[in-house]
Design a protein around this ligand. Sequence first.
Ligand SMILES: Nc1ncnc2c1ncn2[C@@H]1O[C@H](COP(=O)(O)OP(=O)(O)OP(=O)(O)O)[C@@H](O)[C@H]1O
Ligand SMILES: [Mg+2]
Length: 259
Amino acid sequence: MTTLSVDHVVRAFGGVRAVDDVSFQAGAGSIHAIIGPNGAGKTTLFNLISGVLPPTTGAVRLDEVSLHDKPSHQIAELGVIRTFQHPRVFTGWTVRDNVMLGAHLEVRTGFLSTILGVRRQRHLKALAEERADAALGEVGLGDAADLVAGHLTTGQERLMDMARALAARPRVLLLDEPAAGLTPMETRELAQRLKALKGPDRVIIVIEHDMSLVFDVADSVMVMNQGRLIASGSPAQVAQEAAVREAYLGSEMLEHAGD
Ligand SMILES: Nc1ncnc2c1ncn2[C@@H]1O[C@H](COP(=O)(O)OP(=O)(O)OP(=O)(O)O)[C@@H](O)[C@H]1O
Ligand SMILES: [Mg+2]
């Protein structure tokens, strides 16, 4: 079974430890949620796993393969794919073309295309289109494939970014606040879609502030505060922990806990 291991990972920015000695293992077949207040270090942790930033110290591994010493494109080739808290959208392109970026089958032009041959290029393009359309279907944007991406709502942009990630056929799927900007109905649909993405060969980790979504979809929850992992366990377990309640003091975020 595929397992992502994060081992004593630290990321310092000057004197601030944005991620401070975090260790966990996330296995395939489950949805693992990461929650925590703003600035807790959640996105930085994704940056460390996906190679956007190197850890200051510590190790990240996918099964036996170390990731922390590899550049982000190699990590992506190994199947570790993330979405962004602020998705990058090519607003003048169609939705399908945006998603095809994730398919890892870029159609090359110029010298290389002459070598590879036009037919092979066409074949790769068709394959990338096929994967993009399948991924758009998985997130419920099947009808939007031919729209110009600039016309999408914020919620749809986020779903498109998720489709881009799915088109890469991830073994590890890292979703950074997938429900941000979604309407309550879109969020409920997202919950069903996320559960459908679970698979025996796929690790899914979701950073999310929407607690109703977390408690609906997560098999396990990790709680970060000030760079540290302060609790982990089943949703009901972590909701009862004093340290978690303290980190969320005054917020409404745990109102769905244990429902
Ligand atoms: N590139 C950077 N340079 C300097 N400081 C950074 C950098 N990236 C993040 N930080 C700092 O690290 C801390 C954690 O930020 P991070 O974005 O990981 O938090 P988060 O848990 O994702 O918060 P949010 O819920 O608001 O998205 C913050 O204090 C932030 O200012
Ligand atoms: Mg963040």
